[in-house]
Each structure stands twice: as structure tokens, then as C-alpha cells.
Design a protein around this ligand. Structure first.
Ligand SMILES: [Ca+2]
Ligand SMILES: [Ca+2]
Length: 252
């Protein structure tokens, strides 16, 4: 009787969200095939601002493996926080493991040019009790024009606040280099082709998809790629026409 009460209390305790303020804390599942939960001695918690999505990748470097996927989460939603559990290991020159966190945040029309990255180690919990490494990254986002995709706003031990600067691409300019040409058409086709395949992954991020949907019908496909090419060839003889003006003529 006594034990079952204790068990019930423990069960309740594990259901309490780890972070007050976030609606729920999600524990993503590692993709690393050698993951051993008994070796967990660290974690990375990510909190996202409202109205964004995030792709979060954690890779591991060891003497045998370089940039091996450890976690790979796509389109994480802003309404939750996420805790990625990590194994610890004692480090020697020929036996190490180093993690690299990579976070790409996007909104429906804006995206990060470069991912936020952070490289760190997790010590071995058996040899170093009380060494649990609990990193926390609190992200905020704005659309300030900046040469940098992100900046560290504050750093308090292992808790970091990161401000990301989201940018948007103009219509047709999928890669954001300032012009619409065959590179953009190729990216649109690569995205469409990849998603048409079984288990295909998107090539374009949210902001790029928005720029790639040239005719604005909600999907990015061969029609948009041919419109990019048509505009590119038209602009070579009519250099001052905007893509919107071109489209209103061409699609009329
Ligand atoms: Ca371009
Ligand atoms: Ca379209």
C-alpha cells in the first residue's frame, strides 16, 4: 500500500512540465543508433518564441564518426519547449565526443540565412557526479535588417538568450541573392522533385517556399520554376520590369 502511493506520487511528478511558462515540454527521440539512455548526463532545452517553427539538429563527433546525426527534428512548433537528452563521456585525445547544436528558425514568410550553432561537450556522469550539463537556449525573433542571422543577447552560465533576425526573400528570389534566374528555378524544381519522392524532404525553408510560390497558388512546383525562367529571359530584354508587373502581363 505504502509503495503504491509512492509510485503514484512519482508518476505525478514526472508529468509536471519542466519549464513553467511553456505549455509543455517535449522529449524528442534520438536518431543516433548507439544512443544509451543509461549514459545520459546532459540536456539541451530549446524554448521558441510565438509564431515560428524550428528545425533542430544535434550532431556528434567521435574518433569514429564525424558530424553523425544525433537528433534531427523538423518543424518544431513554437507552443512547446523541447529537451534533448545527451550522453556523457570522459574525454581523452583519442576518445572524445563533441556535440554541435544547429537551430534554424522560420516563420510563414521569413527565415534565417544561417543556422544558430553551438558546440559543447557533456562529461561522464559516472566518473563525475553532479556534472549534469543542462544547457538552455531561449530564442526570440525579429525582422531587423542585419548582416548577422543571430546574436547572443545574454549568457548566464549554461542558459543563453538568442535573438534571431529573420529575413524574407522577394518573390522568385528563392536563394536571396537579389536576382531571379535559373538558380532559383533549379531550387524550386529540386524542392518539388524531392517532395514528390517517397519520404522526400523539403529543400526549401518556409521563407524560401514563400518566395518560390511565384504564382501564389499555395504550392511550389514546375509552374513556378517555369515562371522564374520566363521572367529571367524577359528581364534580359526588359531590364526594369518587376516580377509583379511581368506576372500581371504574362498571366493575363
Ligand atoms: Ca536568386
Ligand atoms: Ca505556385
Amino acid at each position: 500500500m505504502k509503495f503504491s502511493k509512492i509510485t503514484a506520487l512519482l508518476t505525478i511528478a514526472t508529468l509536471v512540465p519542466l519549464n513553467a511558462g511553456a505549455t509543455a515540454n517535449v522529449l524528442p527521440v534520438p536518431v543516433y543508433e548507439y544512443f544509451s539512455s543509461t549514459d545520459i548526463n546532459g540536456s539541451v532545452t530549446i524554448e521558441l518564441p510565438e509564431n515560428v517553427k524550428a528545425d533542430v539538429d544535434i550532431t556528434i563527433d567521435t574518433p569514429e564518426l564525424s558530424s553523425q546525426p544525433y537528433y534531427s527534428e523538423k518543424s518544431l512548433d513554437s507552443s512547446s519547449s523541447y529537451t534533448f537528452r545527451l550522453e556523457g563521456r570522459d574525454k581523452t585525445p583519442d576518445d572524445y565526443q563533441t556535440y554541435t547544436l544547429s537551430v534554424m528558425i522560420s516563420s510563414s514568410e521569413k527565415y534565417m540565412e544561417k543556422p544558430y550553432t553551438f558546440t559543447f561537450d557533456v562529461p561522464d556522469g559516472n566518473d563525475h557526479p553532479d556534472s549534469f550539463a543542462d544547457y538552455k537556449f531561449v530564442f526570440t525573433a525579429d525582422d531587423t535588417e542585419s548582416a548577422e542571422s543571430w546574436e547572443t543577447v545574454s549568457e548566464n552560465g549554461t542558459e543563453l538568450s538568442i535573438l534571431v533576425h529573420l529575413k524574407s526573400n522577394s518573390k522568385g528570389d528563392v536563394n536571396g541573392d537579389g536576382s531571379v534566374n535559373s538558380i532559383d528555378a533549379s531550387l524550386i524544381m529540386a524542392h518539388y522533385t524531392s517532395l514528390s519522392a517517397e519520404n522526400g524532404k523539403p529543400v526549401l525553408n518556409e521563407g524560401q517556399k514563400s518566395a518560390g510560390d511565384i504564382n501564389g497558388d499555395g504550392s511550389v512546383n514546375a509552374v513556378d520554376a517555369s515562371l522564374a525562367m520566363a521572367y529571367y529571359s524577359y528581364v534580359s530584354t526588359n531590364p526594369n520590369i518587376s516580377i509583379d508587373d511581368f506576372l500581371s502581363k504574362y498571366l493575363a
